[in-house]
Design a protein around this ligand. Structure first.
Ligand code: ZN
Length: 131
């Protein structure tokens, strides 16, 4: 028995993002990493968000700020709109998604084009453009 995964994949948590958050597996695609990061936001796993950010970008993260954001946000659903590369044979990938969020009681739709890079077999989040 396991609850639905917070990334709204319709899979159960233990068959989706949980192994990644527990350090028992690594996402094989940029999309799976993206999903697991959405779940990390949902579950306030700032450590996972930091660990899956590209090394050169990690210094720009404000962990306090990220932690405040995670506590304030309710992650309602995630919709992947499109993806480019980002598979097990690729070294880079792009995922475009809509995240339905609620912050301080207000619903909002976050649209982002995220860029990912694979290094030593692991996917990392590089950056994102929002609009
Ligand atoms: Zn998931």
């Amino acid at each position: 028995m396991s609850r639905p995964c917070p990334c709204t994949s319709k899979l159960t948590f233990d068959k989706c993002c949980e192994p990644f958050l527990m350090g028992k597996g690594i996402p094989e695609s940029a999309e799976k990493l993206m999903r697991s990061r959405f779940t990390a936001y949902a579950l306030n796993r700032v450590d996972y968000l930091v660990d899956t950010t590209a090394s050169e970008k990690r210094g720009e993260l404000d962990v306090e700020d990220l932690s405040r954001y995670c506590r304030a946000v309710t992650c309602i659903s995630l919709k992947i709109l499109s993806r480019q590369a980002g598979g097990p044979q690729d070294d880079a990938g792009v995922v475009i998604f809509h995240a339905s969020l609620q912050i301080n009681g207000k619903r909002m739709l976050h649209r982002e084009r995220s860029t990912f890079r694979r290094e030593d077999g692991r996917w990392f989040y590089v950056d994102g453009e929002t609009n």
